[in-house]
Write a protein of this length. Sequence first.
Length: 539
Amino acid sequence: MKLPLLTIYRFYQPSEKFAMLTPEILQTLISYTANMQNKISLVLQTGQHAKRAELVDFLNKMASVSEQLNFVERETNGRLRSPISFLLEINGNDSGITFSGLPGGHEFNSLILAILNASGTELKLDESIESIVKNISEPLNFKIFVSLSCHNCPDVVQTLNKFSLLNANINTETIDGGMYPALISENNIQGVPSILLNGEPFANGKIDTAIILEKLIARDSKITEIDAEQAEQLPLQDMTIIGGGPAGVAAAIYGARKGLAVTIIADRFGGQVKDTMGIENLISVPKTTGTELTNSLLAHMDNYTITRKEHLRVQRIESGEIKKLYLSSGEMIESKTIIIATGAKWRELGIEGEKENIGNGVAYCPHCDGPFFKGKDVAVVGGGNSGIEAALDLAAIVKSVTVFEFMPELKADQVIIDQAKSRNNINILTNVETKKIIAKDAAVTSLDYLDRETGRQHSLDLSGIFVQIGLLPNSDFVSDIVKLSPHKEIIINEKCETSVAGIFACGDVTTVPYKQIVIAMGEGSKASLTAFDYLIREF
């Protein structure tokens, strides 16, 4: 049986003992590597290390799945970090891709995809993104610190590995933080993914390809210059959807089923759903995960002719009978209608010490960054479902969790409140206001807060603070185009119409109540049907 590549990691989880490559996994890898065009060498640095024998066994077995793969042990004269670092060579040439550590857990997929991409498999990047990356002229050396249990890290690793394959000036090293504690301490890494560029902090926390591109463009805006003769301009679109979550995908599918020329633009497909670990309230699907649902959304879109523009953002819109959308890649798309389905992002506390300590003790994803606080005291700010669920997850890892809730009562469902109260290492504080995050030597040490009932100030010693206070609509880029509510949601009517003719909106970015996946899908479908009705009446 051939296992889907994106689910292989489930059979290959990180553990104290380096996981074995089972016959089932090896058989699947034989299928995936059957069409390799280039010869790929897995080059391991010589030397001694407690985990080296396991890595040698793993790389030997990896090389056995294809005649186009081979394993080599040799001295690399400083090119590799340690005896458990290995690089990929393409037909004898350095690919620029390095792994330091044991590539288990979620990073197993990153290794497999790096091998396949290096061997000639399509990178699946938008042409405009490839053009931007190829235009980079300065040497860029990325070091990506990851945790094998982090489900956000592979997106970053896989993106930068592809960039390395596109441009010889770019090198990437994926570092398993668990194998290099001294390096983690030296660079003060307290969250993943954490990226250093040429030895300096580049990005950390929850980041995606679009953010990486924007940061690279900020370093050198000339890399977005597009050759007008080579650039392929899309024809006038009937419908352009901004956002690739459940609402956006539903709108795209409904538009394509009407025979319309449809383009969907997304910084990443899946949106917030992709970060959801467990989904049990999507009617007719008893249980799934954010990753599985995202894959299903993409598979459904594949049944229709829909132009995808992934890892890009719409920077501004010009309204009119024909709308113009200006992208972060430098491209411009003309469209008869627009559907905004950009969802929402994590809401920040907005207090002193928060932004400057993101990745140094302030985090927004307990699943990704929780392991860095094993045996330590942490806080969760927010007493809704997400906050209490985060506290329950963390309680199994950390020494103690203190929940801070602004209101006099918790807002979470009673069933999980009861679970939290039954845990000996979860303490719940209500009617309190967080005031300031204190850090020393670039690491969080305490949190100042106010007891709203007594008016007394307090300070609690902590190593980590997880912010779980809800979401903010991603509407800033259209704030001067359509009317927004006081909460920055796009104001829509029952047909998903905005204040501007021909521009529609749906999902979590709008005033529609109850931010749920099933509701977003319905709203996306409704917005598309309304846009179709507009097209047949106005064009």
